[in-house]
Each structure stands twice: as C-alpha cells, then as structure tokens.
Design a protein around this ligand. Structure first.
Ligand code: ADP
Ligand code: MG
Length: 616
C-alpha cells in the first residue's frame, strides 16, 4: 500500500487559511489598514467600491517595501514584525502572524505598488489566486498602494454568502472606525463609490471622536484618566443623559488595538449603574495601556478578544476611574420628577412692607368645561374603522402563546392571537371599569376572563399600527416647522438618511440636504410636536443601524417601530378612567393587540375557566 499523506500546495493551504482570516470584505480592510498603520504611515486612504466586493484599495505613505519584500510579503508566515517565539511576548505591532496578505492573495486579484523613501523606483506586482502574474519596476509615490479586486472571485460559495452591499459596507465602516479611533495622529480619507465618507486630519483624540461621530459629541463626552502600575487608562465616556438605546459607541482599545472584553464592559456598566435607565447603553471610548508582557493578543486571527494577566485589578481601576470622572464632572442626570419649589426662603429686608395676600376668584370659571385631553386623543392620524371580521379573531381565548420575538420579523406572520370568537357586544356590556394598579397596569375584564395590560406597551402597539397604516397609504400627518431645524450628523448617518429620505417622508419627516453632513428638518410627524427632534431622529437612526438586512419595507417597519417606541414613552403614569378606557378600546382595535411591534406582550389574559380550575 502506498503512503497516503502529502503536503498541500501553498496556494491551497493559503486558501484554507483565508477561510479563517478573510471572512468578508471588512476583514480584508481591517488587515490592510493595520498593515498601513504598522508601516508607520501618517496618511492612509481607503477606497471602496461595491462594499469591497469589487475593489478595496489602501494607499499609505508608510515605509514601503523593497523589491524582494514586495514578493515575499505574499508568502505564508512571512512577516517583518516578529523574529522568534520570545517576540510573541512583547508585540508592539498590530500584525505578527504573516498570514493576511498570503490569505487575501489566494482569493482575489491583487495589485501592489510600493516604494521605499530611498529607492529611485518602486515595484509593481500583480497576483491572482496566489500566482504571481507579473513583477515590474514602477514609478510610484513613497509608500504602498494595494488594490484587492474581485474578492472571492473563485470562491463562489463565499461570495454568495456575503450580505447586501449596505450591510457589508457597515461592517467595513466599523473596521475603519476601530482603526481611526485608535490612531488620531494619522490622517484618514475614506472614499466609498468615489464619494468621501470620512476625512479626518491628524488631531487629538477628542477632535477625532468629534470628527467621526459628529459635532454633537463635543458636549457629550467627559474625559477619563487614570495611571497606575498595572494599567494606564485614558479616554472618554458619554454623559449619562446621552446614553444610547442600542449598543452603539462602546469601544475598548488595548495597546493600540480594538478589543472586546465583556468583563471590563461590565465594569463600565457598573459605574453607570443607577445613573441611566435599565434598557440603555452608555457610550464609551476607553484606551488601556498595559505592559505587552501582561497581555495575550494571540488568541485567534480574527477574534478581538485578548487576555489580560491581571484583569481583576484592571476591572477595579476602571470602575473607580469612571466613577471618579462622573463625580468630578458632576454629570448626574437631572431628576426625573418636577422640581419642588425651593425651600430656602430668604430673610425679609428690615423695613419691608408686607401686604396682606388677596384672593381673586374668577366667577366664570367652570372646571368641567375644559375638555380633558388624553394622551391618546392627540394628533395621531384618524383611526381606521374596524369591521367585525377584524374584531372577532382578536378575542380568541388565550392559548399558550410561546412567542419568540426574533421570529417576529414579518408583521403578517404573527402566530396566534389571544382572542377569537368574540362577540362585539361583549366588550361593551361585560367589561368592568378598568382600574390601575401600581400606577401602571390596567386591569379589566371581558365576558371570558381578566385582562391585565401595560399601557406603555399598549401605546407602542397603537401608535405603531397607525403609523404603519399611514405610511402605507402615504397619508402620515405632517407638521410643518415654523423654524426648520438643522441637524449635523455623522457621515454614515447622513448617508443613511439621504438613502432613506423617501421612507422618512412617508413617516411625516420633511427632510432635505443642507450642506456637508447636515440635514434640514422642515416638517415632522404630527405626533412628534412635543419631542426633541434631534434626539428623536438620532434614536431612529440608531435603531435603523441594528438588525440585519434591510429592504424598503423593513426600513419602514423599523422607522415605525422606533417612532412608536419613542412616542409611547411618557412620564405620566397615573391614568384617568377615560384614558384607560381609551387605551383598551384602541388597543383592541389593533390588528395584533396582544404584542408590541417587537413581540413582547402588551397584555396578559386569564380566562375564567382557568381561574375556576385554579380554585378547584
Ligand atoms: P503581518 O502583518 O502579520 O506581518 P501580513 O501578511 O499582513 O502579515 O504582511 C506581511 C508583511 O508585509 C508585513 O510583515 C510587512 O513587512 C509587509 N507589509 C504589508 N503591508 C505593508 C505596507 N502597507 N507597507 C509596508 N510593508 C507592508
Ligand atoms: Mg498584517
């Protein structure tokens, strides 16, 4: 029998390694950006076409490559960054594995042009699927330009696996931000489809944050600084009042690289505890510097996890540093309830004249004349008249609804309704007057059982359905602004807003472009009159960024979800009887009364049968 085992050809080995290193265009962008940083560049250009699927080009003015190195760098395990195993203990560069270029070259067409400062001419190399097609001298600026074309051109399985361009671009932007955030002294220009998406000059960290995330960050950030023998910490946290509804800008960096660390994340959350609402996320940009000997970055080529030797102490130091900053900058949020009038009464001046208070009565005042304007009557577009066919199924006796929100992608696929088989009169005749408990839940009943509903969740559903119906019929009520407001956005948010201008229009936002990264809001949905438009709009953008792929109808749903969530929130918790009745009535008029748009229950139903059983 012959022996069976043989070594794989390099090209195949590289392609296998590429499966690990380059999962999507964004991973190639990360590797190439890091190489440019390691090369000591002071200006890095990133050029993307079709979300990196057809072109990723990175141009740096770093140290460049010699003629031989320009070829060598595509070999597997070829690196200039470490020499031996000992060097692994003290890595000062981002790269060290010598795998990235070999991997990328095995699955794409590459053109590399590079020149060192002292060389007269540079080198141009063309590679396709690990094979060198040509190498020639070239006149090129000092530094390196590497173009990666048609990524995965002969790995169709992987190419087909890629997500939509907008999602892949989002991943690329994220990688770009991670590198740009940790190297504020390097200037970056990022072109997407020939348009500048980001352009940042060499600056301080704070300037960099503001340049990347928008001017609003100028007021939102407070510094964190702590130097100890174990770790040096610097960076910024967002003031508690600027928390995010979604996990947005939360960045840890250690020794110049982006890292994820759930344990340290917990320290930040801990420091913010009780200062921010439960379902919100603090913003932070924390930079840790530790002795390279005490950190293991060699866990996995694409993983951002690292191990710290003394992570417990770092946790404690971080927690205390953030608490100190919060205390020092006195940024505890303003209290939620209306302020008591001041109890400090200044002493009267010595010869002050004191007039007896006079009571004035308006004899015409009739307290019952004023119509109580309930939360639910205001501005929403007119209710759609619901016919019996739509009503009946809503009163299906409660079945065990085991509902997974994540399957709730499509509004039409709602699995089960709580009620069916309902007689329209039932609601009118047999309902007890609703009562409110704990200043929150509304308890009422139908002929068949007891309903307990959460008014805020109910409002979310009610507003959502009205918005969706208004958006579908293109009849959202708009409120034109007397003083149109400008909002300065981050470049991505601006791009996204422009792409979605039509969807926003359907929801009632009249928006147009107003200079660089700025929009002018000329009209708002009528429901939003009392809202802070900048905050509201930023929240919507934030929500739009989460989740997976996004067709037009998904975007519409997301906007409606986000708006209904924001607008359903109210400080007012105690409801008047007529307000409670109004919520119940409007909720049961919804297509899906029992769930919020996100799929959490709006109500709980306990059938009398079930009650009887319980009481035997
Ligand atoms: P690693 O970064 O882990 O060393 P790579 O495959 O990314 O491995 O790169 C291989 C080598 O090619 C690097 O060690 C470096 O010497 C060289 N190199 C890559 N990109 C650049 C660049 N933009 N400028 C100068 N040298 C580079
Ligand atoms: Mg590298």
């Amino acid at each position: 029998m012959p022996d069976l085992i043989h070594l794989l050809p390099d090209a195949v080995a590289n392609q296998i390694a590429a499966g690990e290193v380059v999962q999507r265009p964004a991973s190639a962008v990360k590797e190439l950006l890091e190489n440019a940083v390691d090369a000591g560049a002071s200006h890095i250009k990133l050029i993307i076409k079709d979300a990196g699927k057809s072109l990723i080009q990175i141009i740096d003015n770093g140290c460049g490559l010699s003629e031989r190195d320009a070829r060598m760098c595509f070999e597997r395990h070829a690196t200039s960054k470490i020499q031996n195993a000992n060097d692994l203990m003290s890595i000062h560069t981002l790269g060290f594995r010598g795998e990235a270029l070999a991997s990328i070259a095995s699955i794409a067409q590459i053109e590399l042009k590079s020149r060192r400062i002292d060389d007269e001419v540079g080198t141009c190399i063309i590679i396709e699927g690990s094979e060198i097609k040509s190498q020639s001298p070239v006149s090129t600026p000092e530094g390196t330009s590497i173009s990666v074309k048609n990524l995965f051109f002969d790995v169709p399985a992987r190419r087909n696996f890629l997500k939509s361009n907008s999602l892949e671009l989002k991943y690329i932007v994220e990688e770009f931000l991670r590198v740009a955030l940790v190297n504020p002294e390097i200037a970056f220009t990022f072109y997407n489809q020939d348009r500048i998406l980001h352009q940042v000059t060499s600056s301080t960290l704070k300037q960099r944050l503001v340049a990347l995330f928008g001017n609003a960050y100028n007021q939102r950030l407070i510094p964190v600084v702590q130097e100890t023998g174990i770790v040096n910490i610097h960076g910024f946290i967002g003031k508690p009042e600027f928390v995010r509804k979604t996990r947005g800008e939360q960045y840890f960096f250690a020794n110049g690289r982006f890292i994820k660390n759930p344990y340290l994340h917990h320290a930040v959350e801990n420091a913010f505890q009780q200062l921010i609402p439960k379902d919100s996320f603090p913003v932070y940009f924390i930079y840790l510097t530790v002795d390279p000997k005490t950190i293991d970055v060699n866990i996995h080529p694409t993983k951002t996890e690292v191990n710290f030797q003394d992570v417990k102490s770092i946790y404690a130091i971080l927690l205390s540093a953030i608490r100190q900053s919060i205390g020092k900058f006195n940024i505890t949020p303003s209290l939620d309830f209306e302020q008591e009038p001041s109890m400090e009464i200044p002493p009267l001046p010595k010869n002050a004249v004191i007039n007896q208070p006079v009571i004035k009565v308006d004899p015409d005042y009739n307290p019952f004349e004023k119509k109580v304007k309930t939360q639910f009557e205001i501005t929403l577009p007119p209710r759609v008249k619901v016919n019996e066919d739509q009503w009946k199924p809503l009163y299906d006796p409660l079945k065990d609804v085991h509902f997974k929100p994540e399957t709730f992608e499509n509004e039409e696929q709602v699995p089960q309704r709580i009620f069916a088989d309902w007689d329209q009169d039932e609601k009118l005749t047999d309902r007890i007057s609703p009562v409110q408990v704990q200043n929150r839940y509304i308890v009422s009943s139908t002929q068949r059982g007891i309903v307990i509903l959460d008014p805020q969740k109910a409002r979310e559903r009610i507003i959502y359905e009205r918005l969706m119906s208004a958006m579908e019929n293109n009849q959202a009520s708009m409120q034109h602004q007397l003083h149109p407001q400008t909002i300065l956005l981050s470049p991505e948010d601006f791009e996204m807003t422009m792409e979605m201008i039509e969807v926003f229009g359907r929801a009632g936002f009249g928006i147009r472009e107003f200079g660089k990264n700025t929009i002018l809001v000329e009209a708002i949905p009528a429901d939003c009159i009392d809202e802070n438009i900048t905050d509201l709009f930023e929240r919507i953008l934030e929500d739009l960024k989460t989740g997976t792929d996004d067709g037009k109808s998904r975007q519409q749903i997301k906007v409606a979800k986000s708006l209904s969530k924001s607008l359903s929130f109210t400080r007012k918790t105690k409801l008047q009887p007529e307000e409670m009745a109004s919520v119940i009535e409007q909720l049961f008029a919804c297509k899906v009364p029992d769930l919020t748009p996100d799929g959490t229950p709006t109500m709980i139903f306990i059938g009398f049968e079930e009650l009887n059983k319980k009481f035997k």
